[in-house]
Design a protein around this ligand. Structure first.
Ligand SMILES: NC(=O)C1=CN([C@@H]2O[C@H](COP(=O)(O)OP(=O)(O)OC[C@H]3O[C@@H](n4cnc5c(N)ncnc54)[C@H](O)[C@@H]3O)[C@@H](O)[C@H]2O)[C@@H](O)CC1
Ligand SMILES: [K+]
Length: 478
């Protein structure tokens, strides 16, 4: 199992939210590095530590503190201490000064002199490298490769892309690599790598947390359409459900939300919100005769959400079946529409959002213990070939490969309509994220919105109260 740089940053942030700070992780990283250096060095050997200004360098500062009593340690910082990019790395640099451990500042590429060390510890660049190599980092990498020393790299050999293993320019030729938490994809197949457990709790990966929202950062050059055109197919016996769902999609950042609904209720749906683009079809409920037109419209949109307020009439369910059979994009399936999923033959990428009763109707597992449920839902999702988000006190999300759980939300959210809101957020997320991640973020944000509303006003929450709280849940405090 490997982990990408982006996922690692998310897990790190989730760990911090679980009260395991990045500084604690850095301490573990530095300790693991010091152990690796001890394995290749004799007491009294000289150890040249080359550190960049990010957390990769911070790990190396910690290692220096662990090694200084038994080795001849000298730390070279590539740049001025004021320009160290993170507080925790800067604090660990300060700790070296306070302990009177030998440090040097390398202010230009010609100033780096490693001497003739027995060991070089390479903390120049880790997973945070971006763009072409700059100075003095580039020269430091070249100097490390020239040294007649055993080279130990921190996390990844500096200059290498951790996700791909690509070296665009030069990279440190490491004899040993100590990587943290999990193997990085770019290091796969090498026999010189140690994976160090740095104390990240399993919960930081299992439970959706604020780190999962890091992928929602927006590029300032984005334009209309980049964040999704979401189409809700819903309504008939109910009018509020599709309107709530489509509004939630907008609050979750979709650019445009379309509601395809029977013309008998179209005016009512539009009346709830001017922001919606209502596209009526003839009659009082969805029927097979509407499917051809809906498929043509859906092909122009990024994501479809089918189910909210549709009802469970036989011909409506037939229409859902026909629609999914002909659709090839991403579809969030909710409410009555869920029951057709097990026997539909489709090329669509489905995200099903059942509560536990609906999951049982689909032929899925019904167990009380959430961890047991998670394992069974993963199996069920794999067999179905779909992503499933099972709503509950602990929401479970799985695409059969990745399984997550969500703990946000509260008993006030058992009120009608919150599921429509969740489906809407899921649809918006699915236009920029892969399906399992979209569902995970949606569950987290929906619950966070509900928690914010209840904190402010107490119970008595309406699903429509959630709408205004969605943006802060997604883009507020990280
Ligand atoms: N995410 C985690 O959970 C943990 C990460 N840790 C360490 O943190 C590292 C990632 O730290 P950061 O995100 O601070 O990033 P890095 O330390 O990998 O690199 C960022 C620094 O490099 C400079 N830089 C970036 N691209 C450059 C280029 N092309 N040429 C020259 N300089 C360049 C930046 O200005 C910045 O100073 C990991 O590799 C690992 O060593 C550990 O501290 C423990 C926990
Ligand atoms: K490194």
């Amino acid at each position: 199992m490997t982990i990408t740089a982006a996922r690692m940053a998310a897990v790190d942030r989730n760990a911090a939210a679980l009260d395991v700070s990045t500084k604690q992780l850095m301490e573990s990283s530095g300790h693991a590095l010091a152990r690796a250096v001890r394995d290749v060095a004799e007491p009294g050997d000289s150890v040249a530590i080359v550190a960049g200004r990010g957390n990769n360098g911070g790990d190396a500062f910690v290692a220096a503190r662990f090694l200084a009593s038994d080795f001849d340690v000298a730390v070279s910082l590539l740049g001025r201490p004021e320009t160290i990019t993170t507080d925790i790395a800067r604090e660990n640099w300060a700790a070296l000064q306070a302990a009177e451990i030998e440090t040097k500042r390398v202010l230009d590429s010609t100033a780096l002199d490693l001497g003739d060390p027995d060991v070089v510890l390479d903390g120049v660049l880790g997973t945070g490298v971006t763009g072409a190599l700059r100075e003095p980092e580039r020269s430091a990498i070249v100097a490390a490769n020239k040294a007649d020393a055993t080279v130990v790299s921190v996390d990844v050999p500096s200059g290498m892309d951790a996700d791909t293993g690509d070296v665009a320019d030069v990279a440190v030729e490491a004899d040993r690599i100590v990587t943290f938490h999990k193997l990085k994809p770019g290091l796969e197949g090498r026999d010189d790598v140690t994976v160090a457990d740095i104390g990240i709790p399993a919960a930081a990966e299992m439970f959706v947390g604020p780190g999962d929202l890091l992928s929602l950062e927006r590029d300032p050059t984005a334009h209309k359409g980049d964040f999704g055109r979401v189409m809700v197919i819903g309504g008939g016996p109910y009018t509020g459900a599709p309107a709530l769902c489509a509004q939630a999609a907008l609050r979750a950042g979709a650019d445009l939300a379309y509601v395809a609904c029977p013309d008998a209720i179209a005016g009512e749906v539009q009346g709830y919100a001017a922001d919606l683009i209502v596209e009526p079809f003839a009659g009082e409920c969805l029927q097979p005769r509407h499917v051809e037109d809906l498929l043509a419209d859906a092909a122009e949109r990024d994501v479809v959400i089918i189910g909210p307020g549709l009802g469970g009439a036989n011909d409506t369910l037939d229409a859902v079946r026909d629609f999914l059979a002909g659709y090839e994009g991403t579809a969030v399936v909710d409410a009555d529409a869920l029951q057709v999923v097990p026997d539909v033959d489709t090329d669509a990428d489905l995200i099903c959002t059942p509560h536990q009763g609906e999951l049982a109707t689909m032929g899925g597992p019904r167990v009380d213990d959430w961890e047991e449920r998670a394992a069974l839902v993963a199996e069920f999702a794999a067999n179905l070939g779909a992503t499933i988000l099972v709503k509950g006190a602990y929401d479970v999300i799985s695409d059969g490969e990745t399984t997550r759980a969500n703990r946000t939300g509260n008993p006030g959210m058992t009120v009608g309509g919150t599921g429509d809101v969740l489906a809407g957020i899921t649809g918006a997320m699915a236009s920029t994220q892969d399906s399992a991640q979209a569902a995970a973020i949606a569950a987290y944000a929906n619950g966070t919105a509900g928690d914010a509303v209840v904190e402010e006003q107490g119970y008595g929450l309406l699903a429509s109260d959630l709408l205004g709280a969605i943006p802060t849940a997604l883009w507020g405090e990280r």
